[in-house]
Design a protein. Structure first.
Lengths: 122, 540
């Protein structure tokens, strides 16, 4: 099971990096999302997968009675998902705004900050 | 009540039952103040006139807390505080050592001067909405990264820093800012994603993310896997710090926002990236660092040599500064590549130097842009006649950035050269091959030389040349406006204070060098750091 999920995370990385290598902003955004989800999946797998009960300690006990699922990776992933979502929404708005102001979806044509044919060094 | 199968008596304590001593709260107070301050500014967004004052009071309080913390750390060694009553490997720890507390203090001081400077830019096109709140959030992210003792928490502070820097870089919304922000945002977000990836792997391998716990657990893990993790960290932090092959985003974006914002970025953000690299490679994973040493030497040498060449080839003033900032990153990398005590101490002092000098360089560049109304050095000229103070500041900063002897930049380079000499003659215990030290020495000297060429050429063009570039430049005079009274009061004196601080510390560096040596000792031999967190039993 863990091997399959790990391979799936690898697949996510492949597609994420492939999309990020594109010059089109929309594809880059897709790449960011896919890569981020690949990382979340990896953290989940790194916490070891098992068929176990929810990590809740019953009343009156100091520790759970049986094996429980590892709660820490889930907390890490939740944080990472929230942060990744905020970042992605910012990137989405930024991409839209720059499409409006720079009139370009291809990063090669965004040359306001770095003009093409810049001056020769003196 | 425990079940009979698992008697509670065998379990070690997991909760903190005593109250945290009042003095230890000073570790989290800078963060609490910055976050609460940012929230306060956002809530009172209709009372914009008071924002600058509130922000300054808060940053002043943060400086006081950082100062107390640094004094405490200098006297008693690293201090630690763990959140939520859990004992260290479980709860999130904040651990301040000399490097972390010192950098946090310098960062807060630089932010204070920037707040004063930004008062001079309060005209119509300077987007003030949320500006002070974002600066406080950025400071919270930077301080948190310096003080945290937990890798996942470091990731969270990186993201706090990142999202507030996104806000600052697009504040104003000009086309050039959006263009710069796009490249900055994608690459930096990618870098933190790689960091998160490395974190996941560390958790999978070691089962812990507490830095002091990692120090104890890392030597027992699969060393090949740990080298892989360290390589991912190098990739992530190298991207954030703009080390050579991953540096293209910095000169593409740092010149786009207003001068004060790019000064803040140049002073604080790349330094946090390189500080995280220093902490992870030297403190947490020293074995993997030794394996990666050839890579680190190559990256350091290339960053050192190629960055100032970029500055020589560039005519846009603030873009040229971006390349000089990257050259400074190369100097710090040299210390990570040669982690003798001198090398790490040199890196630490250079981070302090770089925070002050790079901020001041961008601020003075902002003054030059204000006086000439241009951003390209070919369109500038004759500023010396209009404003000799600015020209003197610029020249002093160029000399300081290159590391000419009486200034602060000289001392860390001297320490690094010493470390390189030691490595070259094989006197250090690690015994790296001879040519690594020699390569670093040559690269450091070349870096100083090229930086000097780039900086003095910019100075000659902007200040010394009679007019703009062209056939009649000997005769024409550029339309240079002297600084107004408000500008000289609010924008000039933060620069003067920074330059004076750089000169004074450069003339009397003993205290700083001594503190850096002690900080470096704690990084190389983490026994005191681990003991402060309370995990001394697990150390190897």
């Amino acid at each position: 099971m863990e091997y399959m999920i790990a391979a799936l995370a690898g697949l996510f990385f492949v597609f994420g990096i492939y999309f990020l290598l594109s010059r089109s902003l929309i594809r880059m955004l897709l790449g960011v999302v896919v890569l981020g989800n690949g990382v979340n999946l990896l953290i989940f797998t790194a916490g070891r997968l098992m068929r176990a009960i929810a990590p809740i300690v019953p009343d009156g006990l100091d520790q759970p009675e049986t094996q429980i699922a590892n709660p820490l990776p889930q907390a890490l992933i939740l944080t990472a998902i929230v942060i990744g979502f905020a970042m992605f929404s910012f990137l989405l708005v930024l991409a839209y705004r720059s499409y409006q102001s720079l009139d370009a979806d291809n990063t090669d044509n965004m040359r306001v900050a770095e003009p093409r044919n810049g001056p020769q060094p003196p | 009540m425990a079940t009979s199968a698992h008697p509670a008596a065998e379990l070690p304590e997991a909760m903190i039952s005593t109250l945290t001593p009042a003095g230890d709260w000073v570790i989290v107070l800078p963060l609490v103040l910055a976050l609460m301050g940012a929230a306060l500014l956002l809530m009172t967004r209709h009372a914009k006139n008071y924002h600058a004052g509130i922000a300054m009071v808060i940053v002043g309080a943060i400086i006081a807390c950082d100062g107390v913390l640094l004094a405490h750390v200098l006297q008693n060694g690293p201090v630690s505080m763990t959140m939520g009553k859990w004992l260290p490997p479980f709860g999130i720890s904040f651990t301040a050592d000399i490097f972390g507390a010192g950098f946090a203090l310098i960062a807060a001081m630089v932010t204070m001067l920037l707040l004063v400077y930004s008062q001079s830019e309060r005209h119509a096109d300077f987007g003030l909405d949320g500006y002070y709140a974002l600066i406080l959030l950025l400071l919270a992210g930077v301080t948190g990264s310096f003080l945290t003792g937990d890798l996942f928490n470091l990731y969270v502070w990186f993201e706090v820093m990142l999202i507030s820097s996104f806000g600052l870089i697009v504040n104003g919304g000009k086309a050039i800012q959006l263009d710069g922000a796009l490249k900055y945002a994608f690459l930096n977000f990618l870098a933190t994603t790689f960091f998160l990836l490395a974190l996941g792997l560390i958790y999978g391998l070691l089962g812990t993310l507490n830095m002091a716990d990692i120090i104890g657990a890392a030597p027992h893990a699969n060393s090949a896997a740990m080298v892989g993790v360290a390589t991912l960290m190098l990739l992530a932090f190298g991207m954030k710090a703009a080390a050579f092959p991953l540096n293209a985003w910095l000169p593409a974006s740092y010149h786009t926002p207003p001068a004060v914002v790019s000064a803040l970025f140049a002073g604080l953000l790349t330094k946090v990236g390189i500080y995280a690299l220093l902490r992870v490679l030297v403190l947490l994973l020293p074995d993997s660092r030794d394996t990666l040493e050839p890579v680190l030497v190559v990256i350091a040498v290339l960053t050192l040599v190629i960055s100032p060449l970029g500055a020589i080839a560039e005519t846009n003033l603030r873009r040229a500064m971006g390349f000089i900032v990257m050259g400074g990153i190369g100097v710090i990398l040299a210390g990570i590549a040669l982690p003798s005590q001198n090398g790490v101490a040199g890196s630490g002092v250079y981070i302090v130097h770089s925070m002050m000098v790079m901020t001041a360089l961008y601020l003075v560049a902002g003054l030059v842009e204000k006086v000439t109304g241009q951003t390209d050095s070919r369109q500038m000229g004759g500023v010396y006649a209009a404003n000799s103070v600015v020209s003197a500041l610029f020249l002093l900063l160029v000399l300081a950035a290159a590391g000419v002897p009486p200034f602060l930049g000289f001392w860390p380079k001297l320490l690094l050269l010493q470390a390189g000499m030691d490595a070259a003659s094989g006197t250090t215990a690690g015994m790296p091959p001879d040519y690594y030290g020699i390569a670093i020495i040559v690269a450091l000297l070349l870096n100083a030389f090229f930086t000097l060429i780039a900086g003095t050429r910019l100075w000659a063009h902007i200040f010394w040349r009679a007019g703009v570039e062209g056939e009649n430049s000997e005769h024409s005079l550029a339309p240079v406006e002297p600084l107004g009274r408000r500008d000289s009061r609010l924008a000039l004196w933060p620069c003067v204070v920074l330059v004076a601080a750089i000169m004074i510390v450069g003339l009397a560096p003993n205290y700083l060098l001594d503190a850096a040596q002690r900080g470096a000792r704690d990084l190389i031999d983490p026994a005191r750091y681990v003991a402060a967190v309370g995990l001394a039993g697990n150390s190897p």
